[in-house]
Design a protein around this ligand. Structure first.
Ligand SMILES: Cc1cc2nc3c(=O)[nH]c(=O)nc-3n(C[C@H](O)[C@H](O)[C@H](O)COP(=O)(O)OP(=O)(O)OC[C@H]3O[C@@H](n4cnc5c(N)ncnc54)[C@H](O)[C@@H]3O)c2cc1C
Length: 297
């Protein structure tokens, strides 16, 4: 259990942390079963010593794990040394439901919310949601409390957007009202730098933190990349195929390439790195070590 002094010291808004220097953050998902809960508990114990600047917990739009997001965010904030940010999505919610969720976070002392559009599950017959775009959620969160509010940005761009130009415009619009953005994952640094340049061309200078997905399995990364419209480069597929089905060798390639990407992003001025952990610790620890961020990873 963290001491009171540590808790007071730790409570912090993500945009203020970004002002203090490069941030390193980890993303987790609420567990769907008791077994997955145990895996996540072990992961949190393994990653806490890396002292991430903050961590975040995803939200299942229309899913059964919604309450678990709240529980996990509050429990990380209260029982560990880590600052937790809650993801929240517009999809499938009424405005009144969203107000209630955000008020509960405010009352529990949570200071950071990532405001998202969300993707309603295709196989469930759920209402569309009263708020259409994430910018409306940014405004709603702001009206309820003194939160640090983040938004998503899509380097490649978002699959539902009419065009790249329109997506960049909407990203700049929402970021001008939010405090920071975190990006979807991508594999070529150019995608990130192009996104940042287009948002800056709209005169929005808030921080945009790149999202990093270390590849640990060829089939699952291909599926996820296709779902969110990310290019999965042929050169990376070839490197992974060359090591065959050995999970350790696949992870070694994934870690090596993610480390190169992280270096290129930091060298090019990225304000931080946000790691999609998939609730596992090994790849993130190995990248940390390769980047020289810790000697004990
Ligand atoms: C860092 C990160 C974390 C995520 N976490 C989660 C999570 O926890 N749970 C989850 O379900 N999903 C999550 N997602 C996925 C996200 O919810 C989906 O990508 C979703 O489809 C879009 O979310 P958004 O916030 O970008 O939506 P929006 O900002 O609402 O944009 C959605 C689409 O609408 C377009 N658009 C925006 N404004 C306008 C407008 N005024 N007029 C016309 N078009 C417009 C945009 O260009 C885009 O194509 C995350 C994504 C990222 C990058």
């Amino acid at each position: 259990m963290a001491s009171v002094a540590t808790l007071i010291d730790r409570m912090a808004k993500v945009h203020e942390l970004l002002r203090q220097g490069t941030t390193y953050s980890f993303e987790f998902g609420p567990p769907r079963s008791d077994e997955m809960e145990q895996v996540l508990s072990r992961t949190l114990v393994a990653l806490e010593p890396l002292a991430p600047t903050f961590v975040s917990v995803t939200y299942g739009a229309g899913g059964s794990t919604r309450d678990r997001t709240h529980e996990l965010v509050v429990s990380i904030n209260q029982s560990t040394t880590m600052t937790a940010m809650a993801h929240l999505t517009c999809a499938c919610h009424t405005r009144a439901e969203l107000v209630e969720i955000v008020e509960r976070y405010r009352d529990a002392g949570i200071e950071n919310i990532l405001a998202l559009g969300g993707d309603p599950p295709a196989d469930a017959d759920l209402p569309e949601g009263e708020l259409r775009y994430s910018i409306e959620l940014v405004r709603l969160v702001r009206s309820i409390g003194d939160f640090s509010v983040g938004v998503a940005a899509h380097p490649e761009p978002h699959p539902r957007s009419a065009s790249l130009t329109e997506d960049r415009l909407h990203t700049a619009e929402k970021l001008s009202e939010a405090d920071f953005a975190i990006t979807q994952f991508f594999f070529e640094p150019e995608h990130y730098f192009e996104l940042v340049a287009s948002v800056r061309a709209h005169r929005v200078d808030k921080p945009i933190v790149p999202g990093i997905m270390p590849v640990t399995s060829l089939s699952s990364i291909e599926r996820m990349a296709a779902m969110q419209g990310s290019e999965f480069p042929a050169w990376l597929r070839a490197k992974l195929e060359a090591v065959g089905d050995d999970p350790k060798a696949v992870r070694a390639v994934g870690v090596e390439e993610a480390t190169k990407l992280c270096r290129a992003l930091l060298d090019g001025g990225a304000p931080g790195l946000h790691f999609y952990t998939m609730n596992r610790s090994t790849a993130t620890r190995e990248i940390y070590q390769a980047l020289g961020l810790t000697s004990t990873a």
